[in-house]
Design a protein around this ligand. Structure first.
Ligand SMILES: Cc1ncc(COP(=O)(O)O)c(C=O)c1O
Length: 370
């Protein structure tokens, strides 16, 4: 065996910076408030927990590879054809499968400047070339995205609302984006935070999916549904795209626990209403309190806020992060998004939100007199 010969990953793989999940540890003896992954402080629906417990009696059996019960529950809630739905191990899996199915070497996948980082990973992992369109005011810019389209573009990812910025595009802008794309370009509308959006001009994209051959919407059970641990996402799209994704996905990509819990959670409208009401109460309060401290907050429609810190010694995002972490308040550094002077905070429980506001009040006062 020659030492000089070894397996080499495909071009692009080693260009990927592995995704770094939000931190989840606090110093010993300090109560942890994890506000780093946009999880809900309300937890999952009790019906979902009961479904997982019940499923524990049959762990030796493979799940239904078509996730039919879950697709039926989703289709029932949204008035969709279950045949147009594919479920995945989180929407992350579906975002990747779409690049695997539609992108090849020399072809381009497009996303916007502060767009969710998984898009870049999905594009590179599929052997494609990432192309980034600049944003305006931390918001996707339709004209810039359309200007970045080339004859090699095959897929465009748009998180609406976007993580980590919390900004969104009104639906007429999404329509304008779609209208400007060639028919052979797949538009992926990632609506992971759709449940939280309270804006009359917002739509997650179902109408556009229904009337187009090149639009897919992805959704997740990880955020408002409180089921991140189970990894459940779904997509709805035209039959040809659904067929392509079904050919390349793992035959049992969604676990039995996920299928049962997801279907039960879909039926619990009250739980989602409570999660949304909690966010609606706290998002403006947190935004206002931090703004009053002199920390600019990007206006968010999601369950998180992007907080901007001065690029000044003693008052930086890195120092604020260390200050908060010491108090058990775990926010998210977003340097990997090109936002080294910001932290992303998930809207947490009342206790967690108040603790962050109190700690940042202390941080700002202390550092102002330093
Ligand atoms: C915009 C966006 N899309 C997709 C996801 C992936 O969620 P999941 O794979 O848990 O469904 C996230 C999670 O952070 C997200 O912020």
């Amino acid at each position: 065996m020659s030492a000089a010969l070894r397996p080499v990953p495909r071009p692009g793989v080693l260009d990927i910076e592995a995704y770094v999940p939000g931190k989840s540890a606090a110093p010993a003896g300090v109560k942890l408030h994890k506000l780093s992954s946009n999880e809900t402080p309300l937890g999952p629906s009790p019906a979902a927990v009961a479904a997982v417990r019940e499923g524990a009696a049959a762990l030796e059996l493979y799940p239904d590879g078509t996730a039919a019960a879950l697709r039926r529950a989703i289709a029932g809630k949204y008035g969709l054809d279950p045949e147009r739905i594919v479920c995945g191990a989180g929407s992350d899996e579906l975002l990747s499968l779409l690049s695997y199915a539609y992108l090849g070497p020399g072809e381009e996948g497009l996303y916007s400047q502060y767009g969710f980082l998984v898009y870049r990973i999905a594009i590179l992992a599929a052997g494609g070339t990432p192309v980034v369109a600049p944003e305006q005011d931390h918001t996707a810019d339709v004209d810039a995205i359309l200007a970045a389209v080339s004859p090699r573009t095959r897929i465009v990812y748009l998180a609406n609302p976007n993580n980590p910025t919390g900004t969104y595009l009104p639906f007429d802008e999404v329509r304008r984006l779609h209208a400007g794309l060639p028919g052979n370009v797949l538009l992926v509308l990632d609506a992971a935070y759709a449940e939280y959006v309270r804006r009359n001009d917002y739509a997650a994209g179902l109408e556009l999916v229904a009337e187009s051959e090149n639009v897919v919407m992805t959704r997740t059970f990880s955020k408002a549904y409180g089921l991140a641990a189970l990894r459940i996402g779904w997509m709805v799209g035209p039959p040809a795209v659904v067929d392509a994704v079904n050919r390349i996905r793992g035959p049992f990509n969604v676990s039995a626990a996920a299928i049962a819990a997801g279907a039960a959670a879909m039926a619990d409208d009250g739980h989602i209403a409570a999660a949304v009401a909690h966010n609606e109460a706290w998002l403006p309060k947190v935004t206002q309190a931090l703004t009053d401290l002199g920390l600019p907050v990007t206006p968010s429609v999601g369950n998180f806020v992007l907080i901007h810190f001065p690029d000044a010694p003693g008052r930086s995002a890195a120092e604020a992060d260390a200050f908060l972490t010491a108090r058990g308040l775990i926010l998210r550094r977003v340097g990997a998004y090109g936002l080294p002077n910001a932290l992303r905070m998930t809207i947490g429980s009342a206790e967690a939100n108040e603790a962050v506001i109190a700690a940042l009040t202390e941080f700002v006062k202390e550092r102002a007199h330093a």
